[in-house]
Design a protein around this ligand. Structure first.
Ligand code: HEM
Length: 406
């Protein structure tokens, strides 16, 4: 496959294709490159790192028993006992109970946008709604949102695999990352201490240290690191899904009308956004034993970089992979698969569906404002930086929410 102009890179050098995918100027449309990488097959960087991008390779690597999450936050919660303790808070039932809260938060945001008369979907909707929901679940004060936002964003920079692939180090990134990690650890340790003192009692952190029959109680340090991991895993990813969904609507205005007619259509829109524009574009795994990944031998200790976004456009999977078609058939690995699949998926889906439904109900005739959408530079966690929307006005909050989006 030839790349469109602008993606100047040596097609015969698979490693150059992978490194080019990390460059920030391809962030708006990394998909031609990802298609090329997938067609090339597994790409090795020395013997220690392999990039896997077909659907079969990604799925096998995610499901393999001896393939473990490599990032610090996924590692914390993937320890089986901690995962069991946290995941019940995100079951389908627990998440359905959050629907009234999510709706109220979305309406609050749209009220403040209406008062100002201008909408920038990333800062006005995509970030604040998941931060407010996660803060509610974890019992964190709403006034801490901006502080938490800054630290969480600094953590996600460490997901960039360029230092791993090139053997270089990103000294300023490391400093920024370890400072954010230390500050978040101290923050959650203090949050747990407050609960020990009995100052707060009705939230997930309190339940984790009280314990239940299935998992027993967590130590203070365990509860604090679960809290930090949930915020780090769930915040920016969900924000990227929301802004990606709004962008998909603006690009296909007939989908706005379809959603106005049938709020249940939000489910398909969100799944197709997850297929076309998955927030997590690089999932890092480590082989804990020698693995056979669909015929590729992966020795113990190898880091596997999985590219779900490439796998989603595998023609083996969908007949027109580059076409946005929210028709209920969007096979994807955006939430992973197997024992470490994302247990926050029901919450992310509920939040994203609710935002899209209400956006089409309350924002009158939404359309792109001047200027194209801009992306944050990060490749691993890809998301919009700004998305200005013009509208003819904003409908009032008392408009009824149509049938459940849960
Ligand atoms: C659109 C939003 C989200 C996306 C795209 C996403 C994506 C993913 C993916 C791909 C994995 C698997 C990583 C691997 O296999 O190594 C994962 C795991 C995880 N996710 Fe999510 N996630 C999202 C939202 C959330 C939310 C809202 C939460 C919790 C509040 C959450 C918590 C977690 C945790 C704790 C893990 C690690 C599970 C384990 O290793 O056992 N995620 N997520």
């Amino acid at each position: 496959m030839r790349l469109p102009s602008g993606h100047d890179v040596d097609h015969d050098d698979p490693r150059a294709l992978v490194l080019r995918f990390l460059d920030k100027d391809v962030r708006a449309d990394p998909y031609p490159l990802l298609n090329c990488i997938r067609e090339t097959g597994p790409v090795w960087f020395g013997t220690g790192v392999v990039v896997l991008s077909s659907r079969a390779h990604c799925e096998a690597a995610l499901r393999a028993t001896d393939s473990v999450p490599a990032s610090v936050d996924a590692r914390t919660v993937s320890a089986a006992r901690l995962r069991r303790a946290a995941e019940s808070a995100f079951s389908a039932d627990a998440v359905a109970n959050l629907l009234p809260l999510v709706r109220a938060l979305v309406d609050d945001r749209l009220d403040s946008v209406a008062a100002r008369g201008r909408l920038e979907a990333v800062t006005d909707l995509a970030y604040p709604v998941p931060m407010a929901v996660l803060s509610h679940v974890l019992g964190l004060p709403s006034g801490d949102a901006f502080w938490l936002h800054r630290r969480t964003m600094a953590l996600s920079r460490a997901l960039d695999p360029r230092p791993l692939l090139t053997g270089t180090s990103d000294a300023s990134g490391l400093v920024e990352h370890s400072r954010a990690l230390t500050e978040l650890e101290a923050y959650f340790a203090e949050a747990v201490r407050k609960r020990r003192r009995g100052a707060v009692s009705d939230d997930l952190l309190s339940r984790l240290i009280r314990g239940d029959d299935r998992t027993g109680r967590l130590t203070d340090a365990e509860a604090a690191s679960v809290g930090r991991s949930l915020l780090a895993s769930g915040y920016e990813t969900t924000a990227a899904l929301i802004s990606g969904g709004v962008l998909a609507l603006l690009r296909a205005p007939h989908q706005i009308q379809a959603l106005q007619r049938d709020p249940g259509h939000a489910r398909h829109l969100v799944e197709e956004t997850l297929r076309m524009d998955p927030p997590l574009q690089i999932v890092q795994r480590r082989a804990e034993a020698d693995l056979d990944v669909c015929g590729t031998t992966v020795p113990r200790g190898t880091v596997m970089l999985l590219l779900p976004a490439a796998s989603h456009r595998d023609p083996a999977l969908v007949s027109s992979p580059d076409v946005f078609a929210p028709n209920g058939d969007s096979p994807h690995l955006a939430f992973g698969a197997g024992p470490h699949h994302c247990f926050g998926a029901p919450l992310a889906r509920l939040i994203a569906q609710s935002v899209l439904v209400r956006f089409t109900q309350r924002v009158v005739a939404p359309r792109f404002a001047l200027g194209s959408p801009s992306y944050r530079p990060a490749a691993a966690l890809r998301g919009l930086q700004a998305l200005w929307v013009d509208a003819d006005g904003f409908a009032a909050r008392d408009l009824p929410w149509q049938p459940s989006t849960a």
